[in-house]
Design a protein around this ligand. Structure first.
Ligand code: SF4
Length: 639
């Protein structure tokens, strides 16, 4: 009995050919399902240099290990070549689609080609069909989802879908399921739009085979009982991630006005999680089988009507669409968040691109003439909401901002590149590496561009952090207290331990909010859950190695697109001191950062030029097939 079905669905939209791939059982022990599965297909079947918005890009969808009935084991993962970075896109969403796909009996869906007209894919257990979506094109996700369920007469079908932003190829368009669970970063929605693929709809009625249901039940109960006293999960369950907003601001960590400062007066009384819960909050929602229930819901009638079905803003969205645009208007932030979900745009990239434009406006690099009369001053909430709408529809100045801040800065020029805050073209999430050494290395070397889900923060291991965080990290040989702002060889070594763990859990599709060191499930319990689901004798080393394998595959994929060590860097703003507030003056020391980055390369066995693991390392990771594909690698290694 095994979680995996041994079937991967392949759909070529150009030829309308539908086939089934049946990987060997050994494939699953090597790659499981999720990101390493997607990268396997991309590395074997996609030519380097393809247009991410062309038919030769691939869209790889997988339930990973979704379907284990315990908190956090419910994600759907998507890989593609990113239209935003030109490199790997690898993004997870919660909700219900992942488990439904597993119940339908599929370990993944690999979509290639481009349909000649709007289309959606309908998967009902083992029946698969391409259907016309002309009547859905242009509709927002709520309308389109309702229409699909009605015409299929399947009210319980799960719908992975794009709205107008995906159709209009906004480079950071996301993919949404159940209106509020988002595969957010890297532009997978634009890839779907470029393929004329409006939605992937699935209904599964089968049982998920699990080797040891009793152990899973006991561990699921452990989470229910213990998560309420976990310092981080306790915040989620009351406020959602919006509960981080006030504390971040008080500690001088909340990005403000395009990352120039990190403290904004009045946050506690206007846009904090506490205010949101007390004034407009409704009962939280959860993803499939999850007791953490971290998904906040808001409802507003005036001055903006905000539909609760699209959920409430997370910490990231409040920062990106709020403080980082100088905005303290909670209703406007909630409306912009709703529009992003309704039209399918990543809230982080959307807000960050608008904040970059606001700084351009403030400096006089763009004018009212450029913006079509929209006053893009920091703090103008109505302008921010208008701009979200314009970006989704590529209307007026929104057309330029739909390209993301890096491309928009390259078009505007005049020095605006210096304050486009991104790595590899992907805009920063609401965390700042100035004063957090590990974050600096993580953001710079992430194969996805700036990303906050692949690591813990340095402050989780400092003297003020709950001791349980460090105790839970001991299986990774992380035992010492760390000073948050330091970036030295010890800190780099800790990151070299943590990064593969996060990559492994991410690759499997486990929600980052449920596992140690910081959250409720201890690492040994994650291992037990995976063993109980598969019947395999899983180890922590296996998850760690899977993470290394995932990172190696992503880095080779990037190198094939020309993204190498030269792109593992931070934007100029990180080398400028932070403005007034509790962390005023903090900065990334450039020389030290470069030295530590190279040490990190050595720890990960990455080549200093190409940025990829060497021939021997790829073999060590059981990626010999990939080593043999790389031109000249063997000759260089054995010369
Ligand atoms: S912790 Fe939150 S985001 Fe993660 S699976 Fe549970 S409800 Fe979903």
């Amino acid at each position: 009995m095994n979680l995996f079905s041994g079937k991967v669905l392949k759909v070529n939209l150009s030829t309308r050919e539908i086939t089934i791939d049946r990987p060997e059982p050994s494939f699953y022990r090597r790659h499981w399902a999720g990101a390493t599965q997607g990268f396997y297909y991309m590395l074997n079947e996609m030519e380097p240099g393809v247009d991410p918005l062309g038919p030769d890009n691939m869209l790889c969808i997988s339930p990973g290990i979704s379907g284990i009935p315990a908190s956090g084991f419910c994600r759907v993962s998507i890989q593609a070549k990113s239209p935003l970075t030109g490199g790997a896109c690898d993004t997870l969403a919660g909700g219900f689609f992942g488990p439904e796909l597993r119940m339908a009996g599929w370990d993944g869906i690999i979509v290639s080609g481009r349909a000649d007209r709007p289309t959606y894919l309908w998967v009902s257990d083992d029946k698969v069909e391409l259907r016309d979506a002309d009547h859905l094109w242009g509709k927002d996700v709520g309308d389109a989802e309702a229409t699909i369920r009605e015409e299929l007469e399947e009210p319980r079908a799960r719908v992975l879908i794009i709205g107008p932003a995906g159709e209009n190829l906004v480079r950071y368009a996301c993919v949404v399921n159940e209106r509020k669970h988002v595969n957010g970063r890297g532009g997978p929605g634009a890839v779907m739009g470029s393929k004329n693929l409006k939605a992937v709809v699935v209904r599964g009625t089968g049982d998920i085979p699990l080797a040891d249901r009793e152990t899973i039940r006991e561990l699921a109960q452990y989470f229910v009982k213990n998560s309420k006293t976990n310092p981080d999960n306790a915040i989620h369950q009351v406020y959602g991630t919006a509960g981080y907003v006030n504390g971040s601001n008080e500690a001088g960590l909340l990005p403000v006005n395009n990352f120039r400062t990190r403290y904004l007066e009045g946050v506690d009384e206007t846009i904090s999680g506490e205010v949101m819960l007390e004034t407009i909050g409704q009962k939280h929602k959860a993803c499939w089988a999850c007791a953490n229930r971290c998904k906040s819901v808001v409802s507003i009638d005036e001055p903006y009507k905000v539909d609760p079905q699209y959920g409430g803003p997370e910490y990231e969205s409040i920062g990106a669409l709020g403080s980082n645009c100088g905005i303290l208007d909670l209703a406007a932030i909630c409306k912009a968040n709703e529009l992003c979900n309704r039209y399918t745009m990543d809230t982080i990239s959307t807000g960050m691109t608008i904040s970059w434009a606001m700084e351009c406006f403030e400096r006089g690099l763009i004018t009212l003439e450029d913006t079509g009369g929209i006053d893009l001053s920091f703090g103008n909430a109505a302008a921010m909401v208008q701009m979200v709408d314009d970006i989704a529809h590529r209307r007026g100045f929104g057309d330029l901002l739909a390209e993301g801040c890096a491309r928009a800065a390259a078009t505007i020029g005049k020095g605006s590149e210096a304050f486009a805050v991104h790595v590899k073209g992907q805009e920063f999430p609401m965390h700042d590496p100035r004063g957090k050494g590990m974050l600096a290395i993580s953001f710079a070397t992430s194969d996805l561009g700036a990303d906050h889900t692949r690591m813990e923060h340095d402050s989780d291991f400092d003297a003020a952090a709950p001791p349980s965080f460090r105790e839970n990290a001991q299986p990774l040989a992380i035992v010492d207290v760390m000073e948050t702002s330091v970036l030295d060889v010890k800190k780099v070594a800790v990151h070299a331990q943590l990064a593969p763990l996060y990559a492994g859990c991410d690759s499997l599709g486990i929600c980052v909010f449920v596992f140690a060191p910081v959250r409720t499930f201890k690492l040994a319990q994650v291992v037990q859950l995976l063993s109980a689901a598969t019947g395999w004798e899983v180890s922590l080393a296996e998850i760690w190695n899977l993470g290394q394998r995932r990172d190696a595959m992503a880095r080779v994929f990037n190198a094939r697109q020309g993204i190498t060590s030269k792109d593992d860097t931070l934007p100029p703003r990180m080398f400028e001191p932070i403005g007034p507030g509790p962390n005023e003056g903090k900065v990334v020391d450039r020389d030290n950062f470069e030295k530590m980055k190279h040490l990190y390369y050595e720890m990960r066995n990455w080549d200093k030029e190409t940025g990829v693991p060497g021939y021997a390392k790829l073999y060590e990771l059981d990626l010999g097939w990939l080593a043999e594909q790389e031109e000249g690698m063997k000759q260089r290694a054995t010369a």
